[in-house]
Ligand binder design. Structure first.
Ligand SMILES: [Zn+2]
Length: 172
């Protein structure tokens, strides 16, 4: 069953694309093709294969760590009750550090997506999801040095599926 966006959500995405907040992923900006890419993504089994396949255009190895909500769980603004007292963000930071060593890479993709069941559960709209993905990037950069973080957003609207780069400078 293909996920459909609500019309108003699709309009929000269209506006962000028009304003240059969401841009097509440009390979060399993402990762040099020869480099391994660590990816933090939502576990959503309906969306993940599409995300991994698309990123295969740019990176041969997508070393994918999944949690419900993906990059949102790294944001300091993620609703506290969503983590049930367990520091999911810190766990992910540890996993990223470990992956850097295991895969000999500093390239990290942080992806959120829409519609996402976790975003719905916590009533996070698209602007909030994008802002939290950028906050996740800042948190990782503050926690560790030398890592190249690329914030990404995937949306699925029936057959229209896109993985896009989030341009933080244009957001807000
Ligand atoms: Zn999700």
């Amino acid at each position: 069953m293909a996920t459909k966006l609500r019309t108003e959500d699709y309009r929000v995405i269209e506006a962000f694309r028009r304003d240059g907040v969401l841009r097509r992923v440009y390979g060399p900006k993402l990762v040099p093709r020869s480099e391994n890419l660590i990816l933090i993504s939502c576990a959503d089994g309906h969306q993940l294969p599409d995300i991994i396949e698309h990123l295969g255009n740019f990176a041969f190895c997508r070393h994918t760590l999944t949690v419900h909500g993906g990059a949102l769980r790294l944001s300091r603004n993620f609703p506290e009750n969503g983590n049930a007292g367990y520091p999911v963000g810190e766990f992910l930071l540890h996993q990223i550090e470990e992956a850097r060593g295991l895969k000999k890479t500093n390239a990290l993709g942080l992806i959120s997506h829409y519609p996402c069941a976790i975003a719905t559960r916590h009533s996070l709209d698209i602007p909030t999801v994008l802002a939290m993905t950028i906050d996740a990037k800042v948190r990782v950069q503050e926690a560790m040095s030398g890592v190249k973080v690329v914030p990404l957003f995937h949306y699925c609207d029936g057959d229209r599926r896109r993985t896009m780069f989030i341009n933080a400078k244009r957001l807000r």
